[in-house]
Write a protein that binds this ligand. Structure first.
Ligand SMILES: [Zn+2]
Length: 179
């Protein structure tokens, strides 16, 4: 499999006027192949279950600034940023450590920012069915930056249950600070 990948990268590069025998680039197909094998590590993997525990507490829980890196499915270059999650438990709370594993899973494949945000919402809903769930993903999109030089931050939000309410969402955004 890796041989086939390396050959395809060589074929691709050979369509440009690049000296593929130079010492700089000789091992590039192997490096790129290994890199993308890591970046696409969650393809074919089972959806991880978010660990949870019983809780009678239904105060809002906020987890801020979980970093992620993913790969744009349209251009195969990175988009990356941070994710904020707020939820109100419904008899079940999530272990804090589990979120990174779930984010890793939804990031390590060719992806769209909107879909990543929604897939994360689905996994959390499935695990703890909170009364309200709100996820904001903020990212820089290198496919835009590399071509246009713009450095905008793009936000995608999914809101579920009682957090679909517009005034609740406005309060959450205020709570999350101005970073
Ligand atoms: Zn793109």
């Amino acid at each position: 499999m890796s041989e086939k990948r390396e050959q395809s990268i060589t074929d691709f590069l050979s369509t440009f006027d690049i000296d593929l025998e130079s010492s700089d680039i000789k091992r590039t197909p192997e490096r790129v192949s290994n890199l993308y094998a890591d970046l696409f590590a969650s393809i074919g993997e089972p959806v991880p279950k978010l660990s949870s525990f019983d809780s009678e507490d239904d105060d809002i829980v906020i987890i801020e600034d979980l970093k992620f890196h993913s790969i744009c499915v349209h251009h195969l270059v990175p988009f990356f940023g941070s994710i904020d999650i707020a939820y109100r438990p419904n008899k079940k709370a999530a272990g804090f450590g589990g979120f990174n594993r779930v984010i890793h899973f939804v990031s390590k494949k060719p992806q769209l920012q909107e879909r990543l945000t929604n897939e994360l919402g689905d996994i959390i809903e499935e695990a703890i069915a909170p009364k309200g769930l709100w996820i904001r993903c903020r990212a820089r999109q290198l496919c835009v930056e590399l071509r246009q030089g713009s450095d905008a931050t793009y936000s995608t939000i999914t809101a579920r249950g009682e957090f679909t309410d517009a005034s609740v969402q406005a309060d959450l955004i205020k709570l999350l600070g101005k970073k």
